[in-house]
Design a protein around this ligand. Sequence first.
Ligand SMILES: C[S@@+](CC[C@H](N)C(=O)[O-])C[C@H]1O[C@@H](n2cnc3c(N)ncnc32)[C@H](O)[C@@H]1O
Length: 346
Amino acid sequence: MDEEARANVEIWKYALGFAAMGVVKCAIELGLPDAMENHDGPMTLSQLSAAVGCPTGSLHRIMRFLTHNGIFKKELNLSKSQDLESFYYSQTALSRLLTRDKMGPFVLVQAGPPSQSAGLTAKDLKSGKGSGVQNINAPSEDIFWNMFEVDPAFYKLFQQFLASHAKIATTAVINYCPKAFEGIRCLVDVGGHEGIGIGMLVKAFPWIRGINFDLPNVIAGASPIDGVEHVAGNMFESVPKADAVMLMWILHDWSDDLCVDILKKCKEAIPADTGKVIIVDAIIDEEGGDEYTGARLAMDMTIMSATIKGKERTDKEWAQLLNIAGFSRHTIKHMKAIESVLEAYP
Ligand SMILES: C[S@@+](CC[C@H](N)C(=O)[O-])C[C@H]1O[C@@H](n2cnc3c(N)ncnc32)[C@H](O)[C@@H]1O
């Protein structure tokens, strides 16, 4: 890898580092290293779940991140079929140092008092956050997108973050997947924020007329962009009609049920015979992956901490979602980026 390619991978460690450290903190708070220390031998997911009182859905995601980073070990029990219970988790020299009688309290103190530390907490996880089940503390999923009314300074920073993300991700899409945009006369970017992504696409592929579709408060702050019409609305109600729909960094914010609702609205917006939905989001590879796998798993932890039921998905989970939403087939193109491109056809 050359220096620039390495930097493109490395930068995610810093960008997502807080969430990553938050997960280590949660692992100690939940008592995962202690539970394993007290157990006689390796533990299955359900044994661990019972020992620390955390639902298996979120525990699986946390353990996927922690084993990828060498904090715990995951071994396959060959005598069992390939499901989540066919794996055993065990300690490493590192996790043994994270028990409450060794360095665990040291790490917790660095995170600060619970009232001041941001990100995931053991309490969140125990109450269902990230587990795919209803979180009793936050039954509604739209909290994230409304919370900025409370903190305008953070909202401004968040807008800058989304603008930089749109530039980075759209550059990858243009470089690695230009064919996806051939023959599209009108493309709607659903949740396109202030239109940076669709603006870049329209410039790179000038035969496209762009629609940037987002919530009314977001569209109200968007500047005019050549070749792009800004349209305000709610993707859970309807999506403007177009030849194709793009969903970039949208579906990972929402539960499976709400993703199916969004995908069905997108399907209604495109022609049944020639239309497609272009999804730009991460695909988690649980069997190894590439140099971006660590960043994708860290992003899953960020999504777990920042949303109510959002998650990064494996290719199987994507296939299931698209199938339930009524798409007949899809293709996947990987890029040298945290995201991949899925093209789904009615
Ligand atoms: C994570 S951002 C992604 C922005 C952009 N696509 C990108 O990749 O940088 C999610 C976007 O979805 C928008 N959004 C949230 N709920 C929405 C809704 N119900 N209808 C339309 N857009 C929505 C948000 O305002 C935000 O701009």
